[in-house]
Design a protein. Structure first.
Length: 248
């Protein structure tokens, strides 16, 4: 049956999908056996004959895929009138006790099983609360340590800022001193240049005076050699050469 094979392939896909049980009457009747709540057995009938090879392979392939279908069988419970009456009687008695306790306002009625379950749950919750409190205490302690480290870091940073401020002040003072020293050096260099210029002018004057004196001396020497009188600044400086003396 093609519909049965299609449903088997849907279970073999290993992913949630819609199973089309209503495609045929057979799959609709076998709905509880294909992934339902019944306990199901499958029998694959095959033949060893060579002529039935294709049918045998097809049957084995279908049986292999049908193995992957998982059912969730449940036991059918038949309830009789006596059992229902007994169950309802217990429930009524329980409700009466709860109503009486609520009227008297002295507590709440609980059966033993529920009370033990609540006690177990309370104990587990108390243990969880204790663990949480311990973890919270550890976190508070860690926070205090981190706060102390943070405070120390802030103090160190403040100290570094103060050192940086002092260093900047020293740098400003050093820059001021250096600029003053450079300015004074420039002034001294200018004064020295002026002094050098003055001395150079004086040297030039001396050099020109010396040159004039040397020129006069050369002229004097020439006049002495030629026997000519030489004016040298006054009457006392007149000299009479040999020719002038002969003429006189």
């Amino acid at each position: 049956n093609g519909s049965l094979q299609h449903i088997t392939l849907q279970f073999d896909s290993n992913r949630p999908c819609h199973v089309p049980y209503r495609e045929s009457k057979l799959t609709r009747l076998l709905q509880d056996s294909l992934g339902g709540k019944t306990r199901t057995s499958i029998v694959a009938t095959i033949s060893p004959a060579q002529c039935n090879l294709e049918e045998t392979l097809s049957t084995l392939d279908y049986a292999n895929r049908a193995k992957n279908i998982l059912n969730k069988p449940e036991v059918n419970q038949r309830s009789s009138k006596k059992a229902l009456i007994k169950e309802y009687t217990v429930e009524i008695e329980k409700l009466k006790k709860e109503l009486q306790l609520n009227r008297e306002q002295c507590g709440v009625y609980l059966d033993t099983e529920k009370y033990n379950e609540m006690e177990t749950r309370i104990k587990s919750q108390n243990e969880i609360i204790k663990d949480k409190e311990d973890a919270l205490a550890a976190l508070i302690e860690a926070r205090n340590k981190i706060s102390g480290l943070f405070s120390d870091s802030i103090k160190q940073i403040d100290g570094l800022h103060q050192k940086i401020d002092r260093k900047e002040e020293v740098e400003v003072q050093n820059k001021t001193l250096i600029s003053n020293f450079i300015q004074s050096t420039k002034n001294q260099y200018a004064m020295f240049g002026e002094f050098v210029s003055q001395r150079r002018a004086q040297l030039d004057q001396c050099s020109s005076a010396i040159a004039q004196m040397m020129e006069r001396e050369r002229k004097k020497d020439r006049s002495d050699k030629n026997g000519e009188p030489q004016w040298n600044g006054g009457i006392k400086d007149w000299k009479i050469g040999p020719e002038c003396s002969d003429r006189g």
